[in-house]
Design a protein around this ligand. Structure first.
Ligand code: MRU
Length: 352
């Protein structure tokens, strides 16, 4: 399995995704501040992976804390959570994971027999549980979504929603993996995904690792390939899905969705429930991260654009729900109207 991130006795170990595919190197974060840095600099990226990374960051902060009393530790936990929450604004998994860790801490600290060591052990166990649950969710999405993909044909994906973006197996790439395991003959087309090149560098690397036929295409080739009938389905991941089914994902996804609609190609989104944000009513309310201009003006340290040119670099866009054929989650496959479909699966889960 691709070791995206791992809890170790020395700290949290990350496969450095900024170096792939040319170098397979690791970064060991030994403090929560280093985990925050690893998330901001995209050593680890992808919504589910940054959620679990943040949970491990909280556990690491609690483990390494010098606090002498539970009260002091409580003050530190607030600080740890604030630092981790300030890393990247769009993927809701980050905030979901931090809240889950914070709530656990506040439950534990109120117990009359609470000890610092007991809290530490429980926080580590919770982060590890989230890691396992993420892999299980990916496997389940794969099982639910595989039959939606063609038995034979081209499947386009944008960015990287694979093992590298999760704790293993992947969301969109998990569905592709599952379809291939069931015998489908799929030719994957991976958009290169300017400017960070998650498709060209990461999706291509991990699918080749599994022997799944993959071709990298430039982002501007999608329309032409669809018109020539080479793409039978699109499947992408998500960073946040609003209560009405609008989907925030990597910049460029919206354009792909419009092209899919125009060419009659189904457009699927695969995401765990931790990506669904029922508190945000509409996609327009999702905060979109703006990243540094240098990601657009330079590549691998080489300048591509004239000195001083203006740049926009939104890292994500929002695809309105009307372009989404289905949302694949670990709880099942949802179809429009999404407001009702999302709410009814949530109610069912809350009622057990
Ligand atoms: O900026 P990134 O690389 O973190 O963006 C990742 C994406 O947009 C993915 O498609 C999304 O997080 C889903 S990953 C299962």
């Amino acid at each position: 399995m691709i070791p995206t991130l791992e809890w170790t006795s020395e700290g949290v170990r990350f496969l450095d995704q900024t170096k792939l595919p040319l170098e397979e190197t690791y970064v060991l974060a030994t403090s929560y501040q280093q985990v925050a840095d690893v998330i901001t600099t995209m050593v680890v990226r992808g919504a589910p992976a940054i959620g679990v990374a943040a949970a491990m960051g909280v556990a690491l902060g609690v483990t390494r804390s010098q606090a002498a009393t539970i009260g002091d530790l409580s003050t530190e936990v607030r600080q740890i959570c604030q630092v981790l929450a300030a890393t990247r604004p769009t993927a809701v998994n980050l905030f979901w994971a931090i809240s889950r860790m914070e709530e656990l801490f506040y439950t534990l600290e109120r117990k009359p027999d609470a000890t610092i060591d007991g809290i530490r052990a429980a926080m580590i166990a919770e982060a590890l549980k989230m890691y396992d649950q993420d892999i299980a969710a990916c496997r389940s999405m794969g099982a639910h979504g595989a039959s939606l993909l063609p038995k034979e044909g081209g499947v386009l994906t944008h960015c990287n929603a694979g093992a590298l973006a999760t704790c293993g197996y992947g969301t969109a790439l998990g569905v592709i993996r599952s379809a291939v395991e069931q015998g489908s003959k799929i030719q994957v087309f991976a958009d290169e995904t300017r400017p960070f090149l998650q498709g060209a560098r990461l999706t291509a690397w991990e699918l080749m690792h599994d022997g799944i036929p993959t071709k990298v295409i430039c982002d501007n080739m999608v329309a032409s390939l669809m018109r020539r009938g080479k793409i039978q389905a699109v499947i992408v991941g998500a960073d946040r899905i609003a209560a009405n089914g609008d989907v925030a994902n990597k910049i460029g996804t919206y354009g792909v969705a419009i092209l899919a609609k125009e060419h009659g190609v189904p457009f699927y989104v695969a995401a765990p429930w931790s990506t669904i944000d029922l508190e945000t009513a509409h996609g327009d309310d999702i905060p979109i991260e703006e990243r540094a201009a240098v990601e657009v003006t330079h590549h691998a340290g080489k300048q591509l654009t004239p000195d001083g040119v203006g740049v926009e670099n939104p890292a994500f866009d929002v695809t309105p729900a009307k372009y989404v054929t289905a949302i694949i989650t670990e709880r099942g496959v949802l179809r429009a109207p999404y407001t009702e479909a999302l709410q009814s699966l949530e109610t069912a889960a809350v009622n057990g």
